[in-house]
Structures are given as C-alpha cells and as structure tokens.
Design a protein around this ligand. Structure first.
Ligand code: NI
Length: 181
C-alpha cells in the first residue's frame, strides 16, 4: 500500500470525468490496490473521504467514512465505505448549506448547498451492490466525493461567497489539531 500525494485545485486532472470501472475487474489486484491506497491516503491526512481522481487515477472509485473526524469534530460517524460506479438520486428538492473542505483545496472552507436526503447506489470492493438511503452529513460527504468523479470541486458549488474563507480564520479551533490544513 502506498500513501499518495493529493492533487490540488488547479491541476487539470481534477476537472476530468472519471471512467466507469468494469465490474469484472473489481476483484483484481490492480483495483484492490487502488482501494487500499485510497483508504491509506485518506486516513493519513484524517480525511472524511477521498476520490480516485484526487490521486491521479481517473476511475469511478471513492472511499469515505470515519468514527470521529478531526477535520469535522461535530460530524456524526459514517461507516467506512468503498463506493464504485456510484449513482446518486436526491429523494426530494430539499437542500441545505453547510461547511465543507476538501483535501484538494487545503486551508479553505465554504458553505455548500447539498441535497439533504439521497439514495446512493454502486458496488463495494467485492463487487456487491450498495444501496443506501442517507441524510445530512453522510449525504453531504457522498455528494462531495462523487462530485470529484465529474470534475467538480466544492468551490464550484458555492452560491454565497460571504461564507467562504480560510479554515484557520473561520475555525481557529481546528487549526490546533493536526494536520492543520
Ligand atoms: Ni474533496
């Protein structure tokens, strides 16, 4: 397993649409190694989630989940999830703005509107179907990670730039906890 460096906003690879993974290839060592690398890289920087394009792999694989997250201390826990070829369906029109950051946009936070209740489907690392209905922060994280698969970074979703700024100014208490973005 390898901890990868994470591409930062401005890198054109973050703007591409990722390719579907052939379900027959999920259990190959190549895809399994990608999944392990994503998990290890995410945990090494206390991320809530990470998408394959962020380590320069243009495939539809995201990982997310945590028990307790230093970057989002108030967030409810999310089970560790490997999600391949995801499809998101909002359950209604309700959206809410809340704070987000991104490992590819270090040091910045903004309030981003997201659907509050969604269904998401896809495949796990064994090629088994995932089909979940979730809300709030879990729904937010899934939408954020899946946005990476269509070349969207959270600043591109911001509507109100009065809630956009540097993490250490907005949340000085977070900068005391390593890694201080
Ligand atoms: Ni991100």
């Amino acid at each position: 397993m390898t901890i990868h460096s994470i591409l930062r906003m401005g890198d054109p690879r973050l703007l591409e649409s990722a390719s579907l993974v052939d379900p027959a290839l999920i259990t190959t060592s190549q895809v399994q190694a990608l999944i392990d690398d994503l998990l290890e890289t995410m945990y090494s920087v206390n991320g809530a989630g990470l998408a394959a394009p962020q380590i320069g792999i243009n495939q539809q694989v995201v990982v997310f989940g945590f028990e307790k997250n230093l970057r989002y201390p108030l967030a409810e826990s999310i089970p560790e999830t490997i999600l391949i070829n995801p499809i998101i369906t909002p359950l209604n029109d309700l959206q809410e703005e809340d704070w987000e950051g991104c490992l590819s946009v270090p040091g910045i936070r903004a309030k981003v509107p997201r659907f509050t209740q969604i269904r998401y489907q896809g495949l796990d690392r064994f090629g088994q179907r995932i089909d979940r209905t979730v809300e709030d922060f879990h729904a937010r994280v899934v939408q954020h990670e899946c946005d990476h698969l269509i070349g969207k970074l959270f600043p591109m979703r911001v509507k109100d730039f009065t809630h956009f700024g540097f993490t250490d100014i907005l949340f000085p208490e977070l900068s005391a906890t390593p890694p201080a973005e």
